[in-house]
Design a binder for this molecule. Structure first.
Ligand code: ATP
Ligand code: MG
Length: 730
């Protein structure tokens, strides 16, 4: 069999990696754009074509569904339809597939529901109320990240001994209540998918043996971002027979905050015998200038494994840095760059706009809309996370599972049907006291316990759901959605409201109906009702839904979501201290290095041209800031950078290293004594000279007049003038 088509498009080091013997473990350690993902894909081809491995003996893990789709397409282009029999997906997707098939062995109900981060937050919020914990003292976010953190380390509530630590005791109470709640409702969050899948290995040796027998080759992309549980899951699955082929880059480890452990790269060579390590050094993606900038920036980090990256390509254009007047002007600048790129003959899908925080997308979206530039958002304000979509999905979930409390709570009075806060609280209390789901509690209270008015409203709601279920029973999926959107009253509510926002929500609902029309269940979903399969896919693929795959679009995404991707033109916006690096990273060297790796990831996405921008003034989370340019700008080699400034409509370029420019010479970048306006954000911890530590719960005013409301740990809250009060950010 001639396999030259697999090996010719590779350089020597890549070929060495691809053709390593079948029976060794391998680690490909290399910088951005050096062909790691290409090597992994060709390795799949090589195993099948060159070694006669059956495709179903191969499991390949990628980091996002988008990456999995791309790898599948690349593999299919190489080896044809046999690529379809390779198991290829994200850790979460693969775990879901496993649990679907082995729900009984995994201790789940057959129709278990996957819940996303937002559902999870709601659920925890409700539990806090039930446990009578004050949210100001026990923030939802903190509890959620405790639960997820424990799960990612493989620990259930029963495994944790709180000792006499009151903090831990409370967290455990929440965790335990959460576990009960999920078990009762058949709910599975993202971390739970992995934990269950791992426990499946540990508790069901027969199942494990079956999969060990089946998956002889385990390939993992972006290995630097596996968390403890994922790594353990892989190790157990590999057992004594499976062979691992992992590729990664320690400089691109950006999920430490979510439990990823870059140390797995180092441990890998110790945990497995006979690991072959291959390094790739030639970058094929970016121009010399972009690569040099990336290398120089990342050299500011310590404790790297160290790599040499070079390119045979041309130097290309300098990196453009734009200093915008404010965030509106920045968004406008982005649009003009897009237009310029198109005028020069480029296309929209060659462009990515990357930002640190999801919330930044809204203004960019607005500007793009105004300029009539089609765009698509990956991550962030994801399609399936939009409120109107979640409302419909919650109705659908209730149809499938009445005991889904999160959904019940979401739609009980949405659209408003006269079920007030007091009645809702009464239902909650009754559920709590009798260990019932909210649905069951409402049922009982309708019989006995509610006031006449409330009874009418609640029983109307219960009847609506039962009625919807009956009406939908025989309908095709899309028709079910139409029915639910209409009869729930959601549609009428939006139609009544003539605002543009309501209009776009209606458009989103229509888009959801098309998604249902196009929905085809995966083989592992064959035995569950179509609606359940649809809902679970919606949760799993949140954010990776594409409005219309055929229109070329400018792509908007967070820096995190951009990992592994590449674009001819990349724009990184909001390059400001406090935003990127984030405020909390500025004083934390560990976090700061992770931010720098994130900057490295961003820069190395660019193939031909890289543009960065920052704002002199930014309205951010309700406050007016005068940020400094990001330190990452000053860490770029000056000779690779050109500062551009648009005066009015015409671009007047200035030499970046000129007198008034230069990010290290501060004179010009210090318009309003930035250092003296403390950067407070809601949720931030602060210390007051007299009142001690607390948490910022509200902000108002701007500049010198900014007032912050702080809830102090010792109790009580106070409004303080930010500029005057002896208050420091922690
Ligand atoms: P990242 O670290 O960002 O995930 P990577 O190491 O996975 O990057 P790839 O995405 O596999 O890199 O490759 C980067 C680009 O270089 C791709 O466009 C790929 O097709 C191209 N490329 C890789 N190897 C070669 C090669 N030997 N010849 C030509 N092009 C190559
Ligand atoms: Mg890659």
């Amino acid at each position: 069999m001639d396999v030259s088509f697999l090996l010719n498009p590779l350089n020597d080091a890549q070929r060495e990696a691809v053709t390593l013997p079948e029976d060794v473990h391998a680690l490909v350690l290399a910088g951005a754009g050096s062909g790691k993902t290409r090597v992994l894909t060709h390795r799949i081809g090589w195993l099948i074509e060159g070694c006669g491995v059956q495709p179903w003996n191969i499991l390949a893990v990628t980091f996002t569904n988008k990456a999995a789709g791309e790898m599948r397409a690349r593999a299919a282009a190489l080896i044809g339809p046999r690529a379809q029999s390779v198991t290829l997906g994200t850790f979460h997707g693969i775990a879901y597939q496993l649990l679907r098939q082995h729900w009984r062995e995994a201790g789940l109900i057959e129709n278990f529901q996957v819940i996303d981060a937002d559902d999870q937050k709601r659920l925890v919020k409700r539990l806090l109320r039930e446990l009578e914990l004050d949210e100001a003292q026990w923030p939802v976010r903190q509890a959620v990240s405790f639960i997820n953190g424990q799960k990612e380390e493989g620990r259930r509530a029963a495994h944790i001994d709180p000792g006499h630590d009151p903090y831990l005791e409370t967290m455990l109470r929440i965790y335990r209540a959460y576990e009960e709640q999920c078990a009762r409702g058949g709910l599975v969050d993202f971390a739970e998918l992995l934990l269950r899948a791992h426990e499946l290995w540990l508790k069901q040796p027969a199942v494990l043996a079956h999969y060990q027998q089946r998956f002889r080759h385990l390939l993992v992309d972006e290995f630097q971002d596996t968390n403890t549980l994922q790594y353990a899951w892989l190790r157990v699955l590999a057992g004594g027979t499976g062979r691992l082929f992992v590729v990664g880059d320690d400089d691109q480890s950006i999920y430490g905050w979510r439990g990823a452990r870059v140390e797995h790269i180092q441990r890998f060579t110790e945990d497995f015998a006979d690991v072959r390590v291959v390094r790739l050094e030639q970058n094929y993606r970016s121009t010399g200038t972009i690569l040099k900038a990336a290398n120089t920036l990342i050299a500011h980090n310590s404790g790297r494994l160290g790599k040499n990256l070079w390119t045979a390509g041309e130097a290309g254009e300098p990196i453009e840095v734009y200093r915008a007047f404010n965030e509106l002007e920045e968004a406008d600048f982005v649009c003009r760059q897009v237009e310029h790129w198109l005028e020069e003959g480029g296309s929209r899908d060659e462009i990515a706009v990357l930002y640190r925080s999801n919330a930044q997308s809204r203004l960019l979206e607005q500007a793009l809309l105004r300029h009539r530039i089609p765009y698509r958002v990956y991550g962030g304000l994801r399609f399936y996370e939009r409120a109107e979509i979640k409302d419909v999905l919650a109705y659908l979930r209730l149809l499938v599972n009445r005991n889904d409390d999160a959904s019940f709570e979401r739609v009980l009075n949405n659209p408003p049907r006269g079920i007030g806060a007091r009645t809702q609280e009464q239902i909650r209390r009754h559920a709590r006291q009798h260990g019932l789901s909210l649905w069951q509690a409402a049922r009982q209270l309708v019989e006995n316990g509610l006031s006449a008015r409330a009874r009418g409203a609640v029983s109307g709601f219960l009847a609506l759901i039962d009625e919807l279920e009956r009406a939908c029973a025989e309908l095709p999926l899309a028709q079910q959605l139409i029915e639910v959107i209409a009869r729930s009253g959601l549609q009428a509510q939006l139609e009544k409201d003539r605002s543009e926002q309501a209009q776009s929500k209606l458009e989103n609902l229509n888009e959801l109906i098309s998604a249902a029309e196009q929905f085809r269940p995966e083989p592992e979903d064959e035995d569950v009702p179509l609606l359940t399969a649809f809902l679970n896919r919606a949760a799993l693929e949140a954010g990776e839904h594409q409005a219309d795959a055929h229109t070329p679009c400018v792509q908007l995404m967070t820096l995190h979501a951009a990992k592994g991707l590449e674009f001819p033109l990349v724009m990184m916006v909001g390059m400001e201290e406090g935003l990127f690096p984030t405020q909390s990273a500025i004083d934390d060297p560990v976090k700061l290095e992770e931010e720098r790796r994130l900057a490295y990831v961003g820069i190395t996405r660019a193939q031909k041209k890289l543009v960065m921008s920052w704002c002199e003034k930014r309205r951010w989370q309700g406050r007016e800031l005068y940020p400094m340019p990001s330190r990452f700008l000053s860490e770029l080699p000056p000779e690779c950078v050109k500062e551009v400034r648009l005066g009015g409509r015409t671009a007047a370029e200035r030499d970046f290293s000129g007198v008034s420019g230069g990010f290290s010479g501060r004179s010009d970048f210090d318009p309003v004594k930035m250092g003296e306006t403390p950067l407070f954000a809601i949720g931030q911890r602060v210390r007051h000279a007299k009142f001690g530590e607390g948490i910022v719960i509200a902000l108002e005013g701007s500049g010198e007049q900014t007032r912050v409301q702080v809830h102090f740990d010792q109790g009580g809250s106070k409004w303080l003038l930010a500029a005057m009060a002896p208050l420091e950010a922690l």
